[in-house]
Ligand binder design. Structure first.
Ligand code: PNS
Length: 163
C-alpha cells in the first residue's frame, strides 16, 4: 500500500491546501494529512482545532486520514510506513524554504521522497496568514476556505480575542 504524508501548519486549512490534498489523494492509496508544529510560525489555532477544521473539510475523501504530529516530520513519516511526503508549491518564494526542507529530510532518511505539486492558479495567492488577516479585520473569506469551516474560523478567532 502506497502511503503518503501531506504535512503542514494548516493554521487554518485553505482552499489551496484542499486542492493539493485532493490531487495528492488520487496519487496514492492512503494519504495522511499531518498537522505539525512549524517553529518559525506562531500558531493561532491549536493543533486539535486545526485537525478538526481539516476533518470537516475532507469528509468525502475516503482514503484521507487527518492526524497531528510533534517532533520530526521524517520520523513521523517513517513510523507511518510512508514512502513520500507531498507538499504544494505556490510561487518561487516558497521554493527555497521547501528545497531546504526536502534536502534535510532526504539527508535524515534517504528512503522517503518529497513530492511537490504546483498549486492551481486560482489559489496561488492564498495563505493561512492572509485568511486570518482578512477574517480578523471583519473581511469575508467565503470561497477561500471550505464552506464547512467558514463560520468556525470567525468563531474561534473571536474566542481568541476574548481569552
Ligand atoms: O505549512 P508549513 O508551515 O510549511 O509546514 C511546515 C511543517 C510543519 C511541515 C514543518 O515545519 C515540519 O516538518 N515541522 C516538524 C519539525 C521538523 O521535522 N523539522 C525539520 C525539517 S528539516
Amino acid at each position: 500500500m502506497k502511503i503518503w504524508i501531506c504535512p503542514g501548519s494548516f493554521d487554518p486549512v485553505t482552499m489551496g491546501h484542499i486542492d493539493i490534498i485532493k490531487r495528492a489523494s488520487r496519487m496514492c492509496d492512503h494519504l495522511i494529512v499531518a498537522v505539525g508544529v512549524n517553529d518559525g510560525k506562531k500558531a493561532t489555532f491549536t493543533l486539535e482545532e486545526r485537525r478538526q477544521f481539516i476533518l470537516k473539510s475532507v469528509k468525502g475523501l475516503k482514503n484521507v486520514e487527518v492526524d497531528v504530529f510533534e517532533g520530526l516530520l521524517i520520523n513521523y513519516a517513517e513510523n507511518k510506513g510512508a514512502t513520500a511526503i507531498v507538499k504544494g508549491l505556490r510561487a518561487v518564494s516558497d521554493f527555497e524554504y521547501e528545497l531546504q526542507m526536502a534536502l534535510l529530510n532526504k539527508r535524515l532518511n534517504e528512503k522517503i521522497e518529497t513530492v511537490f505539486l504546483m498549486t492551481s492558479i486560482n489559489y496561488s495567492y492564498l495563505s493561512s496568514r492572509a485568511i486570518k488577516n482578512i477574517a480578523s479585520n471583519g473581511g469575508e473569506i467565503r470561497g477561500l476556505v471550505p464552506d464547512s469551516i467558514h463560520d468556525d474560523i470567525y468563531e474561534k478567532l473571536k474566542e481568541g480575542e476574548i481569552k
